[in-house]
Each structure stands twice: as structure tokens, then as C-alpha cells.
Design a protein around this ligand. Structure first.
Ligand SMILES: CC(=O)N[C@H]1[C@@H](OP(=O)(O)OP(=O)(O)OC[C@H]2O[C@@H](n3ccc(=O)[nH]c3=O)[C@H](O)[C@@H]2O)O[C@H](CO)[C@@H](O)[C@@H]1O[C@H](C)C(=O)N[C@@H](C)C(=O)N[C@H](CCC(=O)O)C(=O)O
Ligand SMILES: Nc1ncnc2c1ncn2[C@@H]1O[C@H](COP(=O)(O)OP(=O)(O)OP(=O)(O)O)[C@@H](O)[C@H]1O
Ligand SMILES: N[C@H](CCC[C@H](N)C(=O)O)C(=O)O
Ligand SMILES: [Mg+2]
Length: 486
């Protein structure tokens, strides 16, 4: 594709700089990483958290980059095709979308501190239940007909994302639900995605290492409604969170068709919920119609996630009745309050991905009603991530669980003892066991009839990152091994 076509009406700022021969430069591919440049590629230099892409312009040109797009003030060397844009990240996303050409016809995105993976997964399942060729993209990777791949980022970088979306569309996928993380939104990773609808679940504490304030965190999430979702589109918003009113206000201000779900919901109104050991039933109202829904998953929060997913499915053409009947067959996303097994005395062992205070609080509160014995929790906190959440999670665990074992999560470049001590400082009565497998074995070994164990923080993850090395590790496997040994 010629660079003038890549810019087109989409980027008048670039079009204006394409004088003479520069307009006809042929672009083979696009990347923001100089190390990935192949001859004929367009290199987009963006400023990141660790490095500034402008430092790698020479590297990109030496590898055969056909042209370079950089941020404001980039040195426009005489004769070299280097262009300067006010927002190169947004350009990277929209240009990747143009270059790869197509994406599934109906795309939805979900943001919020907790519940994104679950909502994206449930939305895909509802669509699939209605016979549509549907996909999800998120923390657990990509799931589509014939594809189930482990992923690393919640919201992939724009180039991998559009390559993937084009592959999915080519394979006949018409509907895709994706997670919009605050990092992804802030870094414009989704700016080239054509959205049919978008959703918000909730806001709690997370990522305070990246966002200077909680308002900045919320504002990043609200880019989904304010900038990305085309005006007038359905915005499905969980109504019962502390931040719901702000999300509703942001979506209204952007001119969207706001559809709230939950106890205070006006699109899907939740009237009554009954919790059983492994399932829940609820009565919901849509206008004058009353539906009884059944969700075969534990955890109060899964009802909220199921309603947001049903709201997204209904906003993309699925009748309410079909959406609700699909909920009866829902499978939880891997590692989200997932029952891995039980002891021969019937104590339950779950793996859950709670790695932030609100999620931990929710998961511990969710299992209490059906736990006649003790709630036992094993958890830690990741290194190189929001440090402030560590004592808060320690306090939540010791307040809501009967037995607390603090262990390692992914220490990454931090000293594991220090991470643990920051949690322990607020976790009254907790036991510290550094080795995660040993912590799990100890917890399983102490289970008695009526107890519930939750191994939290790593969910679906298949490795543990210590320093810069990731060793194979699975909470599922360790729980199974420990149960097998009983
Ligand atoms: C903090 C963060 O979000 N970083 C992401 C970001 O990196 P960055 O832009 O800060 O990159 P940088 O290292 O400062 O480098 C700046 C630029 O120079 C380029 N460069 C660098 C070196 C070189 O030799 N040549 C070169 O061109 C880099 O490719 C980059 O474009 O953009 C990269 C490409 O898209 C991501 O891989 C990287 O994710 C890192 C690995 C990461 O750990 N991200 C996590 C925190 C994350 O994004 N998590 C969210 C949220 C999860 C949740 O909700 O819980 C997610 O969506 O997964
Ligand atoms: N609606 C919800 N409200 C509160 N907590 C929730 C909700 N949904 C899920 N959780 C908790 O958060 C954990 C992660 O859930 P999920 O993976 O669906 O969220 P996520 O937003 O995708 O998280 P991440 O940002 O890590 O990708 C679950 O294991 C559970 O403990
Ligand atoms: N997407 C989240 C995952 C955290 C998972 C937890 N196991 C950890 O390592 O902190 C993040 O990057 O913050
Ligand atoms: Mg997720």
C-alpha cells in the first residue's frame, strides 16, 4: 500500500507532509519496534515507559525502513522520509487497521477493573450458542472456532491485534469480543477497532504504578466511550458500582445509547438472586417481561458479568430469550473461581485470578455463604506492579478468610521477601510460605469437611516469573497434585 493511501483522509496531518515522491512510498508492513523492521516497513516511533522510539529511528532505517513516523519535534533529516505527528500511537493503530484491511463485522470491547475476561468469554459463548462464528481476545488469549491460544497481554499491541483480527475475519469469524485494559486504552492499542458496542463493569484499585491518580485511571477507561465507540452506539454499563454514575455520564456525554444492567439497571433489571453451591438463579426484568435465569457458576460477581454479557449480546442482535438460555450452559473463563477439585471429605478447592483488592474481597465474600467450615486463602502479589495494593490485599484476606497463607506470585525483578513482607504487614495472623507449590500443599493438607480453599492471583497462568525467567507453573496442576496425594 502506498503511504498516501495509508494516511488518506484518516490522517490529514500526515497527508499534508507527503510532498513529491514521498507520497508514493510503498509500505510493506508496520511496526513500532525497530528490532522487528523488515525492508519496506513503516517504523512508528512512540514514547514508552522505558524507552523512546525516536532513539531507534537510525536503527530502523539501517534495517531498511521505507519511512518513519514519529512524535512532535522529530528531527526531519534532509531528504529522509521522517514525518512528525502529534499522536503517533493513534496513527499506529489506525494505520495497522488500514494495512491489514478487515476485522470481524461485529466487534465489542469491555473495560473495567474486574470482570473483563469473564464478560468477553460469556459474550462469545452467547453468540456461539446462537450459531454465530464468534471469538474472544483477552488475558487468557484467543478463543475462536478451531483456535485456543494462550496470550500474554490483555489488550494486544495494535499491530498484532489487527493481524489477528484480519486472520479471524478471513476464517469467517463475524463476531468478536475483546478486553480493553486501561493500559491498552491509554496507549491507543484499540484505536483502529470498529466497535459496534462497548461495556463497563466496575472500577477498583489497580495499576496505581502506571496511572498517577484514580481519576487518570478512570479517564483512560472512559476513552472507550469518549473516543472509540462511534456516537449513538450501545454502551452497556453495570449500574451497581460506585463508579457507574460517572461511566453513565461519560457515555451520555459522548452521545451513546446507554443501557444499564444490574439492580439499578434500566435495560436489564436484576430483581432477585439465589445462590447455590455451584450455581445461581436470578429474576430479571426487561421492560414488562420477566425472565428467570440460571448461571451454572459460583460467585455473586458472575451474575453481574453474565448480565453485562447478555446486554452486549442483545445490543448486537441476539434476542433476550436466546441470550438468557445460553447463560444456562456458560463455562467460566479458565481460572476465574474455577472448581479444580475436592478432598475426599468434600472440602472444595478453587483457583481464582483475584490479584487486586476488590476482586479478592468479592471472591472471599462469594464463597462464604456455602462454606460451613473455614475459608482458606493462598495468595501473593506480583512484582513490578502497583505496590500500594499489597497491604490492602493483606488486610482484606485476614478480615475475610479464616486461614491466610501468603506466598509468591510473579516476583519479576523484585525481591520476593520484600513483596511478602509488605502483604504480611497488614495480614494479621497470616502464615508465610515462600514456595507457591509448598503453600498450596500445606493449604490442601489442612482442609477439613466444609472448608473452602481459594488459590488466588494467577488463575489461568501457566508460568511463574522470577527475575527475568518464567518457569512452568500452574495453580491448577499444583492443586490437583496436592489433592491426589491425600
Ligand atoms: C507498561 C506497558 O504497558 N508497556 C507496554 C508498552 O511498552 P512501552 O511503549 O512502554 O515500550 P518501551 O519499552 O518504553 O519502548 C518504547 C518504544 O521503543 C521501541 N523500541 C525499544 C527498543 C528497541 O531496541 N527498539 C525499539 O523500537 C519499543 O518497541 C516501543 O515501541 O507497549 C509494548 C508494545 O505494545 C508492550 O509490550 C508493553 O507491555 C509490557 C510488556 C507490559 O508488561 N504491559 C502490561 C503492564 C500491560 O500492558 N498490561 C495490561 C493490563 C493488564 C490488566 O488489566 O491487568 C494489558 O493489556 O495486558
Ligand atoms: N464483576 C466482578 N466484580 C468484582 N470482581 C470480579 C468480577 N468479575 C471477576 N471478578 C474477580 O476478578 C478476577 C478476575 O476476573 P476477570 O479475569 O474476569 O477480570 P479482568 O477484568 O479480565 O481482570 P484482568 O484485568 O486481570 O485481566 C476473578 O477471578 C474474580 O476474583
Ligand atoms: N494483567 C495483570 C496480571 C496480574 C497477574 C498477577 N499474577 C501478577 O503477576 O501480578 C497485570 O499485568 O498487572
Ligand atoms: Mg482480563
Amino acid at each position: 500500500m502506498k503511504i498516501k493511501d495509508l494516511a488518506g483522509a484518516n490522517c490529514p496531518e500526515l497527508s499534508a507532509q507527503l510532498k513529491g515522491d514521498f507520497a508514493n512510498i510503498e509500505i510493506a508492513g508496520i511496526t513500532a519496534d525497530s528490532r522487528q523492521v523488515k525492508p519496506g516497513d513503516l517504523f512508528v516511533a512512540v514514547a514508552g515507559t522505558k524507552a523512546n522510539g525516536t532513539a531507534y529511528i537510525a536503527d530502523a532505517l539501517s534495517r531498511g525502513a521505507a519511512a518513519v513516523v514519529a512524535g512532535p519535534g522529530a528531527e526531519a533529516e534532509a531528504g529522509a522520509p521522517i514525518f512528525s505527528l502529534s499522536d503517533p500511537r493513534r496513527f499506529l493503530a489506525t494505520a495497522a487497521a488500514r494495512l491489514y484491511g478487515h476485522q470481524p463485522e461485529t466487534m465489542v470491547a469491555v473495560t473495567g477493573t474486574a470482570g473483563k475476561t469473564s464478560v468477553a468469554s460469556f459474550t462469545r459463548q452467547i453468540w456461539a450458542h446462537s450459531g454465530l462464528s464468534a471469538a474472544m481476545i483477552g488475558t487468557t488469549g484467543v478463543i475462536a472456532p478451531g483456535r485456543n491460544e494462550y496470550g500474554s497481554l490483555t489488550t494486544p499491541d495494535p499491530v498484532s491485534l489487527h493481524k489477528l483480527l484480519a486472520e479471524l475475519a478471513d476464517a469467517g469469524v463475524t463476531h468478536a469480543a475483546m478486553e480493553a485494559s486501561s493500559h491498552g486504552l491509554d496507549q491507543s492499542r484499540l484505536d483502529g477497532v470498529r466497535l459496534a458496542a462497548a461495556a463497563f463493569t466496575n472500577l477498583g484499585r489497580d495499576h496505581m504504578d502506571y496511572h498517577p491518580t484514580v481519576e487518570h485511571y478512570m479517564a483512560s477507561k472512559m476513552r472507550l466511550f469518549g473516543t472509540l465507540l462511534p456516537k449513538g452506539s450501545p454502551a452497556v454499563i453495570f449500574a451497581d458500582d460506585q463508579w457507574s454514575d460517572q461511566a453513565i455520564a461519560a457515555a451520555r456525554k459522548a452521545g451513546h445509547d446507554v443501557r444499564t444492567v444490574g439492580r439499578k439497571g434500566d435495560f436489564i433489571a436484576l430483581k432477585r438472586v439465589e445462590h447455590f453451591r455451584h450455581k445461581q438463579s436470578a429474576e430479571v426484568h426487561i421492560g414488562d417481561d420477566i425472565f428467570e435465569i440460571h448461571v451454572p457458576l459460583a460467585g455473586d460477581f458472575q451474575i453481574a458479568n453474565a448480565l453485562v454479557a447478555a446486554g452486549l449480546a442483545m445490543s448486537t442482535g441476539i434476542p433476550a430469550k436466546a441470550a438468557f438460555s445460553a447463560l444456562e450452559k456458560l463455562q467460566g473463563a479458565s481460572g476465574r473461581l474455577e472448581l479444580v477439585g475436592q478432598t475426599k471429605d468434600g472440602a472444595l478447592a478453587y483457583v481464582d485470578y483475584a490479584h487486586k483488592p476488590d476482586a479478592l474481597e468479592n471472591v472471599l465474600t462469594s464463597v462464604r455463604p456455602f462454606t460451613t467450615g473455614r475459608v482458606v486463602i493462598v495468595f501473593g502479589c506480583g512484582g513490578d506492579r502497583d505496590k500500594g495494593k499489597r497491604p490492602i490485599m493483606g488486610e482484606v484476606a485476614s478480615r475475610l478468610a479464616d486461614v491466610v497463607i501468603v506466598t509468591d506470585d510473579n516476583p519479576r525483578s523484585e525481591v520476593p521477601e520484600v513483596i511478602r513482607s509488605e502483604i504480611m504487614a497488614a495480614a494479621k495472623g497470616a502464615t508465610e510460605i515462600a514456595d507457591r507449590a509448598e503453600a498450596i500443599r500445606t493449604a490442601v493438607g489442612m482442609l477439613k469437611t466444609g472448608d473452602t480453599l481459594i488459590v488466588a492471583g494467577k488463575g489461568h497462568e501457566e508460568g511463574q516469573t522470577i527475575g527475568s525467567v518464567t518457569l512452568p507453573f500452574s495453580d491448577h496442576e499444583e492443586v490437583r497434585k496436592a489433592l491426589g496425594g491425600l
